[in-house]
Design a protein around this ligand. Structure first.
Ligand code: AHR
Length: 326
């Protein structure tokens, strides 16, 4: 493994490079390039089209970067992620990366990794640890910004209306960064106008099945829904089935805003069933492997790397569909 080889051969250089760059928990690794690196990656699960694309991006990029990947799927459970991280520490991998299912409760295990001198990279989702030395960098989207973009579209869409706008919200996994932040960003924008009212808000756990189930319940207790804001495409797609099942027309009777822009979501947008999608890119693999190599070489990396993203209306979706990678 990278750490062992470089630790023996380049011990002196290691000390120099860590000292020169500073800010590192070490890991004892130096060099990169031809040395073999083992990364332990703990994935959230397989809850959405976004997640499937993200897993593929990480696996493909590891192969391309000549990094040995130990991959585990936590099935949306924090306890499974903690177990996986502990097992990576025991196996003495060179670097650990993970997408934390929820924001809280990571300090102990991250401290264990730090004590073992194994650097950690957060991908996709953040943790709320006060001690930012527990991880090297956080690569992923700005979820608050995504929520704001969703809110801005809504404000623009209803700018000439004074009637009340009744909104239902399908939240992502409770306690997860995207659920917390997409909610906060959206509310921050719409709160300026009293005509907007969130009449129901519940988690659909980022899955299509739960999105459908919760939307069915929303429709039963609220006959006059104007807008659905779903924190991802999959929940929005499930909700579309519920709306059609209730005899209403998605995109017309109920306007729909989602986040992600995976192919299925983009197809529904092009078909007029969704009105607006805020993009969240799952293609984090190449940047993750780059950052991992830099960290292990002792190079300084930015504390935060934000993914570049856009938004799509129905016309833009029609144009973009054929070249969509995920
Ligand atoms: O953390 C990113 C979110 O997780 C995606 O928006 C959602 O689809 C996924 O499950």
């Amino acid at each position: 493994m990278f750490k062992r080889i470089s630790g023996m051969v380049l011990a002196g250089l290691t000390a120099m490079s860590v000292a020169a760059c500073g800010g590192g928990t070490g890991g004892g690794a130096t060099g990169g390039g031809g040395d073999s690196i083992t990364m332990g990656f703990s994935q959230v699960g397989a809850e959405s089209g976004w997640r499937t694309a993200n897993t593929k991006s990480v696996q493909d990029s590891a192969k391309n970067a000549n990094i040995t990947l130990k991959f585990s799927d936590a099935q949306q459970k924090q306890e499974n992620q903690i177990k996986a991280i502990r097992s990576y520490i025991q196996q003495k991998v060179d670097i650990i990366a993970f997408s934390p299912v929820v924001e809280s409760g990571w300090d102990t295990v991250l401290k264990e990794a730090k004590d073992a001198k194994i650097p950690v990279i957060l991908t996709d989702r953040a943790v709320d640890s006060k001690d930012t030395s527990l991880y090297k960098t956080f690569l992923g989207s700005d979820f608050v910004e995504e929520g704001k973009k969703a809110g801005q579209w809504l404000v623009e869409e209803y700018k000439s209306s004074t009637d009340p706008v009744k909104i239902v919200e399908l939240q992502g996994t409770t306690g997860s960064a995207p659920a917390n932040d997409r909610k906060a960003g959206f509310q921050d924008v719409i709160k300026a106008e009293t005509k907007f009212e969130i009449i129901a808000s519940q988690t659909g756990d980022f899955t299509r099945a739960k999105g459908k189930e919760v939307m069915e319940a929303f429709l039963k207790s609220n006959p006059d829904i104007d807008v659905l804001y779903a924190h991802n495409d999959d929940m929005g797609l499930g909700a579309i089935e519920a709306i059609e099942g209730a005899g209403k027309v998605p995109g017309k009777d109920i306007k729909i805003i989602t986040v992600d822009a995976v192919k299925d979501g983009m197809q529904a947008l092009a078909d007029g069933k969704i009105n607006f999608i805020v993009e969240c890119s799952p293609l984090l693999g190449p940047q993750l492997m780059d950052l991992a190599k830099k960290v292990l070489k002792g190079e300084q990396v930015p504390a935060r790397v934000v993914t570049e993203e856009t938004t799509f209306n129905q016309e833009q979706a029609k144009q973009a569909l054929s070249s969509r990678q995920y």
